[in-house]
Each structure stands twice: as structure tokens, then as C-alpha cells.
Design a protein around this ligand. Structure first.
Ligand SMILES: *Cc1c(COP(=O)(O)O)cnc(C)c1O
Length: 393
């Protein structure tokens, strides 16, 4: 029955477990452990625990399980495993399935911490990683080998908003038997079609749109029951990446309003991006649904909307960008995204500061580039704020 529900219904109801009290709002089971009726029951549960049998909150918890079941239903995967942060999900998905000698192909435009896992951590344990331009299918084809175990990509890259053809990459990877792992933060669970397009494992930082109100860290890995329960869960439950029940409850509540928020934010983002395009203080306006975006058709095919983030390349380099940031009134300077409050980030001096000048240039992260996460404020107030700040450049 629940498979027939539309995404908005799933995001409100899927995964709900009610206690004997019949509570309306999901209960927070703020407990580390669970009491057994007998040693026989404890023994049996350690051998195999059923879907409503729990052992220890590092392994699983009823509130966390509700969140896992709800996001799996929404994403269209068999199962999901929740983690303490988005990075626990990314590192858990990769390290749980890889061993020394394995080969991975990854898009090179990555969130800084994802790059650290692929470039520094995996290689330290003998995994070979080949980086490619994610938008170039010929490059993927050339890099994926018979012995490639996995490919990794962010479906929309941060902060330059390149859109990767998930379906095209999945066809190349699957022809060689490699698993497709997609970090899908910018596409959001509201607009994602990643499972349909061939992604085997879909990873989210729940810190972003799922919470969506700047409160808690969290993450989740979505995939087949086999991958989630036989590969990811054993690794994560023994290495300590569990999501707290309280944070899982915040994420459950976040999912209830996910579509409303993401749709409103994406509608504002498109409106603002269209209005700013061609502004005389801007070198470029980047947004996946703009006609001028090089991967607009891929974006339209694989995302139900253009997302909630726009990037603006401001004339005058770092000085121009800093003048712009200092002149903003509503939009706050921070480094999160997907929040109900609009946020602006200057990647070159913050999130991507660690990269060399050459690497930043290669990724298109210019000194004038700013990333704007559009929130839930009135879209014309935001547009006025941006235009006024551009006047100061
Ligand atoms: C934020 C982010 C992460 C990491 O998530 P945390 O919850 O901060 O650990 C991973 N990938 C992408 C694309 C992100 O934007």
C-alpha cells in the first residue's frame, strides 16, 4: 500500500511506529539500551534481531529506524542506515565496501571532506582512486576498469553546480560491475530521481535540507537491503557512526515539511537566478535550471527542480565578493546550506581554502565566486538584498 503513496504522503507517514500509547507525533526513544525478558531472548536477539527488536542504540533505535524507513520510502530504495553526520554516511558507504587493492573512480569536483576521504583516507589503506571530470562521460568510460569496485560522485557539485549525468555514469559503471555511489545533497530527497537513474547507493547529509532549519547534524545511506544491512550496518555499528535518537526525531519532523520547504526555496532560487542573469556586476550566474547552464537538460531530466542553491561569480575577484558579502542585510554569512535562512558562502576563502590555487582554478572556484543558499524568506526581499549588495561592488 505505502508504495502507492506519493512522495509528500510518504514524507509525512512512512516508517511511523506507534507505541502502546498511540501517540500522534513520533516518540523519541532516548535510550541507549533495551531490556530483555530473559537471557534466552538476549541470546536470540544477538543471533538475529527482527525489525522491531533492538540491542543498543549504536546498532539501532526505534526513532532512528523510523527515520531510516521514512527516507528509504521517499528515496525509493529498499532500506537505509542513518549516521551521525553526512560525512559518517559518505565514509561509511565507501569504507564498508572497499579493501586494499580495490579501484574507485570519482568525480573531481567534490565537497572538501569528501575529497579528503577519497584522496587521503582511502589511498592510505591501499585503495586506488582515479579522479575524472564528472561531466565528461568519455572520461568516466576511459577510467572505469574491469576491476573498478565503485564510482563516486556528487550529482550536483559544490559550489560550481555542475550537474553529472547519473544515468550515463551508471550505465558505464554497471557494464563493469561497479557500484554507483551518489552524494545527492544538492539534488535533495524532494527532487531526487537518483534510484530510478541507476544509483545503487544514495548518500545524504541530513544536516542540510532534511533538517533544513540549522539544528542538528545527521546523515543517511540509502540502498538495497543487502548493501545496507550486510555491508554498511556492520561497519558503521561497530565503528561508532550512529545517529542520536534525538537528532533522528528532528530529521523525521524535518521530512514532514521537506517538500514544502524545498519547493518554495527552489522556486525562489529560479526566480532570483533568472532576475540576476546578465547583471553588470556579475561574470556568471550559475543555477542548474537556467537556460544558460551547460547541463540544463541533464538537470531537468534528473531533478524535479533546480535545487535551492545558486552561485554568483562577482566581478572584482575577492574584493568584489567581500564587498558584496559585507553589504548584504538579510542573507547571512555562514557555510551551511539548505537552511530556511538564506546563507552566503565565499568558497575560495572558507570551504575550499585548503585547495591549491591551481586546483581551485581547475574546478572553476574563482575568487569572485559566492554560493547562495536560498531560504524561506520572501523571494523579492532576497532579490532586493542581493541587488543592493551588488550596487556596493
Ligand atoms: C555538507 C555536505 C556533506 C557533509 O555533511 P555533514 O553533515 O556536514 O557531515 C557531504 N557532502 C555534501 C555534498 C555536502 O554538502
Amino acid at each position: 500500500m505505502t508504495q502507492d503513496w506519493s512522495p509528500r504522503t510518504k514524507s509525512v507517514h512512512s516508517g511511523t511506529r506507534r507505541s502502546q500509547y498511540g501517540e500522534m507525533s513520533e516518540a523519541i526513544f532516548l535510550t541507549q539500551g533495551f531490556v530483555y525478558d530473559s537471557p534466552e531472548q538476549a541470546e536470540a536477539r544477538f543471533i538475529e534481531s527482527g525489525p522491531d527488536e533492538f540491542i543498543y542504540a549504536r546498532y539501532g533505535n526505534p526513532t532512528v529506524r523510523m527515520f531510516e524507513d521514512r527516507i528509504a520510502a521517499l528515496e525509493g530504495t529498499e532500506d537505509a542506515f542513518a549516521t551521525a553526520s553526512g560525512m559518517a554516511a559518505v565514509s561509511g558507504a565507501l569504507t564498508s565496501m572497499l579493501k586494499a587493492g580495490d579501484h574507485v573512480v570519482s568525480a573531481k569536483a567534490l565537497f572538501g571532506s569528501c575529497l579528503y576521504i577519497l584522496e587521503d583516507v582511502l589511498t592510505r589503506f591501499g585503495v586506488e582512486v582515479t579522479f575524472v571530470d564528472g561531466t565528461d562521460l568519455a572520461a568516466w568510460k576511459a577510467a572505469v576498469r574491469d576491476d573498478t569496485k565503485a564510482v563516486f560522485l556528487e550529482s550536483v557539485s559544490n559550489p560550481t553546480l555542475e550537474v553529472i549525468d547519473v544515468k550515463g555514469v551508471a550505465e558505464i559503471a554497471h557494464a563493469k560491475g561497479a557500484l554507483v555511489i551518489v552524494d545527492n545533497v544538492f539534488a535533495t530527497p524532494a527532487f531526487s530521481k537518483a534510484a530510478e537513474l541507476g544509483a545503487d547507493v544514495i548518500v545524504y547529509s541530513a544536516t542540510k535540507h532534511i533538517d533544513g532549519q540549522g539544528r542538528c547534524l545527521g546523515g543517511v545511506i540509502c540502498g538495497t537491503r543487502e548493501f545496507i544491512r550486510k555491508t554498511a550496518e556492520p561497519y558503521i555499528k561497530h565503528t561508532g557512526g550512529a545517529l542520536s535518537p534525538f537528532n533522528a526525531w528532528v530529521m523525521l519532523k524535518g521530512l514532514e515539511t521537506l517538500h514544502l520547504r524545498c519547493n518554495a526555496q527552489a522556486e525562489s532560487a529560479l526566480h532570483i537566478a533568472q532576475a540576476l542573469e546578465g547583471h553588470n556586476k556579475l561574470e556568471r550566474t550559475l543555477y542548474p535550471y537556467l537556460n544558460s547552464h551547460p547541463q540544463q537538460s541533464v538537470a531537468k531530466e534528473q531533478m524535479g527542480a533546480g535545487g535551492t542553491v545558486i552561485s554568483l561569480d562577482i566581478k572584482g575577484g575577492k574584493e568584489g565578493a567581500f564587498r558584496f558579502l559585507n553589504a548584504l542585510d538579510i542573507i547571512l554569512i555562514s557555510n551551511n546550506l539548505g537552511d530556511s535562512k538564506s546563507i552566503v558562502t565565499h568558497p575560495a576563502t572558507t570551504t575550499h581554502q585548503r585547495l591549491s590555487d591551481e586546483k581551485r582554478a581547475e574546478l572553476g572556484i574563482t575568487d569572485g565566486l559566492v554560493r547562495v543558499s536560498i531560504g524561506l524568506e520572501d523571494k523579492d526581499d532576497l532579490l532586493t538584498d542581493i541587488r543592493t549588495a551588488l550596487d556596493a561592488v
